[in-house]
Ligand binder design. Structure first.
Ligand code: ADP
Length: 588
C-alpha cells in the first residue's frame, strides 16, 4: 500500500522527506536506530535527486507478503550521481543503511528495509498512517537539525551503554579466565602430587615385595634346615626305642609300656618334622613329582584299606566309592595318596555323626579327574575357609581341642595338588559339612621321572651274613643304633664319624659292606661314594646309603653309585638283615 508520494523540488522537500520517513519507520515498528537509518538514507538520496534537477519520492509498505517491507522509490529528472562505494554520502550511504538497494544507473533508485516482526502492518493501520503522514507539516531546517541531534545523542548513549556492557563482560570474562587458570594450576599441582605419591607407593611396594620374598626364602631355609637337623636325633630315638622293644625279655611290663610311649612320641615328632620338611621342599620348588600311570580303582582300594583302622567312631561311616573307569590317568601316586589320606583323616577327625565319602568324577571334556572328600561334620565358617590353607592355622572349636594336629596338612596338600598341575578347593557350611575337591589333569604337566630300583634282596638267612660292616654317620646315637642292630648280622662293625675317617679306615681295611650317611660335615656321603668308585681296590665294595632325606631325584642322582638307598626311618633289625644279606652276603 502506498503511504506517501511527494515531490522533491527544494531543500525543505528534502527535510520533509526525511521527517516523514522517520515517522513512517517509527509507525511500522522500527527501533530508534533503524528509524535514523531510514531517515538518513531518504535525505541522502533526496539531496541527490534535488541536485539532478528535482523529481519525486514514493513510499509504500508491502504488507501482504510473507516478509513485509518498507519500499521507497526515488526518481530524478536528470542522471543521479553515484560516488565510489567507500563514500558515506549520497547513493552509496543509502546502499549501506538499507537492506535492499536498486539503482537503474540513471535516474531511479529503489530502497527496501524489512519490517521488524511479522504482521505489524495491517491494512487499516496503514490507512491511518497514510492520513497521519499527509498531515505532517514541513519543519524548519533548524528543527530538523535539532531532531537529528537528539537522534545522534540517543545513538551515542546507546553506543556508550553497549561499550560499558562490553567492558564489563570483558572483565567478567577475564575473571572467569583467571578462575579457570587458578583451578587448572591447582588441579595439575594436585595431579603432580598424586603421581609422586603413586610412584613412591609403588617403590615402597616393590621394596616390601623384595623384603617379603627374602623373609619367605629365609623361612623356607629355616624350616628345611631345622627340620633336617631335628630328624637325625628323632631317628636315633626311634631306633633306640626299637632296640629296647626288641629286647623285650629284659624289660618289665612298665618299662615296655614306657618304651612304647617313647616310640609313639618319637613317631609323632618325626611325622611333624617330615611334614615341615616336605612343606619347605614344596615351597622352594625342590619337591619333584614322580609321575606314573595310575590305576585309580586300585589306588582307592589300597587307601581304603589303610584308612579303615582310623574310622573308629561307629556313628561315622567311611565310604570310598568305586571310581568310574579312568583310562590314561597319570600322576604321582605317592603324592596323590598323601593328599587324599590327609583329607579323609581330617573328615574323620571333624565328623561326629554321619559319613565321610570319597567320590570320583571324570570330566573328559576338560581332561580332568575330580576327587571329592565330603563329610557331614562341623564345617568351616566362610571367613576361615581360605585361612585353613595357611600354615599352622586351626579353626577354634570344642572338637579341635580334643584332636591332634599341626595345621600343616592342608597347606601342604594344596601345594602338592598344585605341583601336580591341579587345584584343591573347599566348600563348607558350618553344622552341615565340608567338601574338599582335588581336581587333577588326566595328564600332568611335569614329565615322568624315572625311579631308581633300589630294593633290598629277598628273605635272608638267620645268623652272621657279613664278616665286616663299616658304619659311617656323624650322629653318634644313630651309629650306636646301627651297630647294635648289626649284632648277629655282621661279625665285626667298624664305625667312622665322617667321610675323612671312613676313607682312612678303608685304606687300612676293606669291609664287606658300607652303611653310609649322606649329609655329613666335610667330606659328605656323595663324595665318599665317588672316591670308592675311583679306587680300584674298593670298586666292588657294596655301599648302602642310609638317609633321613626324602628319596627324590636329587638324592637318587647323588647316590647313583650306591647299590641301595634306604630311608633311616624304615630300618629295623629285620630289614637291615635283608639288606646286608642281599648286598654283602655273597662276599663274607
Ligand atoms: P590339622 O588337621 O593337622 O590341624 P590341617 O591343615 O589338615 O591341619 O587342617 C587345618 C584346620 O582346618 C584343622 O585344624 C581344622 O580346624 C580345619 N579342618 C580341616 N579339615 C576339616 C574338616 N573336614 N571339617 C572341619 N574342619 C576342618
Amino acid at each position: 500500500m502506498q503511504i506517501l508520494r511527494q515531490g522533491v523540488e527544494s531543500e525543505s522537500d528534502v527535510f520533509l522527506l526525511r521527517q516523514r520517513g522517520r515517522e513512517i519507520a517509527a509507525a511500522v515498528g522500527f527501533d530508534t536506530q533503524d528509524q535514523v537509518r531510514v531517515a538518513t538514507a531518504l535525505s541522502e538520496v533526496g539531496r541527490e535527486v534535488l541536485a539532478a534537477g528535482g523529481g519525486w519520492a514514493s513510499m509504500q509498505v508491502e504488507h501482504e507478503v510473507v516478509r513485509p517491507e518498507l519500499a521507497v522509490e526515488l526518481v530524478a529528472a536528470g542522471t543521479l550521481a553515484f560516488p565510489d562505494r567507500s563514500s558515506f554520502t549520497g547513493l552509496s550511504a543509502a546502499q549501506r543503511l538499507m537492506d535492499g538497494f536498486e539503482y537503474d544507473g540513471r535516474s531511479r533508485v529503489l530502497l527496501r528495509k524489512r519490517l521488524p516482526g511479522y504482521g505489524t502492518a495491517s491494512a487499516p493501520s496503514l490507512t491511518r498512517l497514510r492520513e497521519r503522514i499527509a498531515a505532517i507539516a514541513p519543519v524548519s531546517p533548524l528543527d530538523e537539525l535539532r531532531a537529528q541531534n537528539a537522534n545522534l545523542a540517543t545513538a551515542l548513549e546507546q553506543v556508550q551503554r553497549k561499550q560499558e556492557e562490553l567492558l564489563q563482560l570483558n572483565e567478567e570474562l577475564q575473571d572467569t579466565n583467571r578462575g579457570v587458570m587458578a583451578m587448572y594450576a591447582q588441579l595439575s599441582e594436585e595431579l603432580d602430587e598424586t603421581n609422586r605419591g603413586v610412584v613412591a607407593l609403588y617403590a615402597e611396594l616393590d621394596e616390601k615385595g623384595v623384603a617379603l620374598q627374602h623373609a619367605n626364602e629365609a623361612k623356607t631355609r629355616f624350616l628345611a634346615n631345622v627340620s633336617h637337623e631335628l630328624r637325625t636325633p628323632v631317628n636315633s630315638v626311634l631306633g633306640l626305642a626299637g632296640l629296647l622293644r626288641s629286647d623285650s625279655d629284659a624289660l618289665t611290663d612298665e618299662q615296655r609300656r614306657q618304651v612304647a610311649y617313647i616310640e609313639a612320641s618319637a613317631r609323632d615328632l618325626l611325622r611333624l618334622v617330615n611334614e615341615l620338611l616336605d612343606l619347605a621342599k614344596a615351597e622352594s620348588g625342590r619337591l619333584e613329582p614322580t609321575v606314573a600311570p595310575i590305576d585309580l580303582a586300585r589306588l582307592l582300594a589300597d587307601l581304603h584299606g589303610t584308612l579303615r583302622p582310623l574310622a573308629t567312631n561307629a556313628d561315622v561311616a567311611l565310604v570310598i566309592e568305586e571310581p568310574p573307569a579312568v583310562e590314561g590317568f597319570a600322576s604321582d601316586p605317592e603324592l596323590l595318596v598323601h593328599v587324599l589320606r590327609n583329607l579323609v583323616t581330617n573328615g574323620l577327625k571333624f565328623t561326629e555323626r554321619g559319613e565321610v565319602r570319597l567320590t570320583t568324577e571324570v570330566d573328559r571334556n576338560v581332561g580332568c579327574v575330580h576327587l571329592a572328600v565330603r563329610d557331614t561334620g562341623i564345617g568351616i565358617p566362610v571367613e576361615e575357609q581360605e585361612k585353613v590353607f595357611e600354615e599352622f592355622y586351626q579353626v577354634a572349636s570344642p572338637l579341635q581341642t580334643r584332636m591332634r594336629g599341626t595345621g600343616l596338612g592342608l597347606p601342604f596338600a594344596r601345594r602338592l595338588v598344585e605341583l601336580l598341575g591341579g587345584q584343591l578347593r573347599l566348600q563348607s557350611t558350618p553344622g552341615v559339612g565340608s567338601v574338599f575337591t582335588v581336581s587333577l589333569p588326566l595328564r600332568p604337566v611335569p614329565p615322568p621321572h624315572p625311579t631308581k630300583p633300589h630294593e633290598p634282596g629277598d628273605v635272608s638267612p638267620r645268623g652272621i651274613v657279613a664278616r665286616q660292616v663299616l658304619v659311617v654317620d656323624d650322629d653318634e646315637a644313630y651309629r650306636h643304633v646301627l651297630s647294635t642292630m648289626l649284632q648277629g648280622i655282621a661279625g665285626h662293625v667298624l664305625e667312622a664319624r665322617n667321610g675323612a675317617e671312613a676313607l682312612d679306615i678303608l685304606a687300612r681295611n676293606v669291609p664287606n659292606l658300607v652303611l653310609l650317611d649322606l649329609r655329613m660335615p666335610g667330606i659328605d656321603g656323595a663324595q665318599v661314594l665317588a672316591r670308592i668308585a675311583e679306587e680300584p681296590a674298593w670298586r666292588d665294595l657294596p655301599v648302602v646309603v642310609t638317609t633321613s632325606a626324602r628319596l627324590d631325584s636329587t638324592v637318587l642322582e647323588r647316590t647313583a653309585l650306591a647299590c641301595a638307598v634306604v630311608p633311616k626311618a624304615s630300618l629295623t633289625p629285620h630289614t637291615l638283615r635283608e639288606l646286608v644279606a642281599a648286598h654283602a652276603g655273597s662276599t663274607p
